[in-house]
Ligand binder design. Structure first.
Ligand code: GTP
Length: 384
């Protein structure tokens, strides 16, 4: 068993470090509020501990009200921090009243010369109730917060509640327990504050990852169809070329322009036009591999980049499949709309080495189809 002084020194130092870490967490932008209250609450735990440190057994009773004042004050601060962290609109006046009652009970017990068990049971019960509330609140509202830190904080809070509730009776029955209780209490308080700090930081990390994913989505995705946009296509094209440099792999760029899309907008409205575009996007996806790139590059214009084709002829097969799928009727709100598609194809490396060159060739080929009656596909340079 570590000596009493060693536990004191270790506990005080670590409480102090945690207090600094909570103060630091307050400075981090976009963290949930609460860390400031927890810096105050662990500060109270630290002051309570220091008051014990300076109490020799003889003047123990003189410093006991100071110790108890800090140790019960810690709990409403802890709960206020938790309510702010969890964004709960709670009235916590009763916590402060309970803390005050715990302190008053002690003063009364000291003045009236109550037995140690009776004297301690007042503030120990207040601590136990407030810690049980802390654990219960965490368990009730942990959804959407970091899982493990919240579970650990709830477990430590509930264990501390049991610890405080049982302490007066255990010390009465086994006086040696006061020494063990000191170590157990320190370990549980450290676990509790460590978990809360971890929750603050893990939530901040979750937010960052979320924001990054949203920013990427906005930067690289077409909001209507969920397909990639031009910027993403440019980014991914280099990867597609890497795949194409493998032996027997060909990359084909398909420029697809829908035929007769405008009349749908004009007759049925933009909303129906949007639904049609979404269906087209889903069909493009269903006709291609997950490694292929499907992008919406204009109102009713799409580019598909098929990677890992085994020979040039396969590009025409893919175009045929795309065309067949896109010319199937599209049903929106009980009405079936008929579309066509003009598809131009360019192959890497025959028709160009950069994406811009390939898209330009595929676009030219697509215009050739448009000019020759629409709804068809042609490879760049192959048209008569
Ligand atoms: N519903 C909807 N329409 C759009 C969107 N973006 C562009 N458009 C419309 O899409 C139409 C595209 O025009 P065109 O390509 O000339 O229409 P088209 O009838 O397919 O013409 P062809 O290609 O010659 O067959 C225009 O009317 C645009 O206003 C969009 O996000 N949603």
């Amino acid at each position: 068993m570590m000596s009493y002084e060693a536990v004191h020194t270790f506990g005080s130092t670590t409480y102090f470090i945690f207090m600094l870490l909570f103060i630091w967490a307050v400075q981090i932008p976009r963290t949930n509020p609460g860390a400031g209250w927890w810096a105050l609450s662990i500060g109270c735990a630290l002051l309570a501990r220091l008051s014990l440190f300076f109490a020799s057994p003889a003047d123990d009773q003189r410093l006991l009200p100071v110790y108890v004042a800090f140790i019960v004050l810690e709990k409403p601060l802890l709960l206020t921090g938790l309510a702010r962290f969890l964004n709960l609109n709670l009235r916590l006046r009763w916590c402060w009243a309970a803390a005050l009652a715990g302190e008053l009970w002690l003063l009364l017990a000291l003045a009236a010369g109550f037995a140690p068990f009776l004297r301690a049971s007042g503030y120990c019960s207040v601590n136990a109730v407030l810690l049980a509330c802390t654990g219960w609140l965490i368990l009730q509202h942990r959804a959407g917060f970091p899982r493990w830190p919240m579970a650990m904080a709830a477990a430590a809070s509930l264990a501390l509640a049991v610890h405080w509730l049982a302490a007066p009776a255990l010390i009465e029955l086994f006086p040696i327990w006061s020494r063990y209780a000191f170590v157990v209490g320190t370990a549980l308080v450290l676990t509790q504050y460590f978990s809360l700090l971890a929750a603050v930081l893990a939530l901040f990390q979750m937010r960052l990852i979320d924001a990054e994913a949203k920013a990427l989505e906005m930067a690289f995705q077409d909001p209507l169809t969920g397909l990639n946009n031009k910027r993403y296509m440019n980014t991914l094209f280099d990867q597609a070329l890497l795949l194409a440099t493998r032996p027997h792999h060909v990359v084909a760029v398909f420029y697809i322009d829908l035929d007769n899309f405008k009349p749908i907008n004009d007759t049925a409205g933009h909303g129906v036009g949007d639904e049609v575009l979404k269906t087209v996007a889903a069909r493009l996806k269903s006709c291609t591999r997950s490694t292929d790139i499907c992008a919406r590059v204009g109102g009713d214009e799409f580019v598909v980049i098929a990677t890992q084709l085994e020979h040039d002829g396969q590009a025409s097969d893919v175009a045929g499949k795309l065309l067949a799928r896109l010319t199937e009727g599209i049903q929106v709100a009980g009405q079936v709309y008929a579309l066509g598609a003009s598809i131009g194809i360019a192959l890497y490396p025959q028709h160009g080495r950069s994406l811009a060159e390939l898209v330009q060739c595929a676009d030219n080929a697509m215009y050739h189809v448009k000019r020759n009656g629409k709804s068809g596909c042609v490879v760049y340079g192959a048209a008569p």
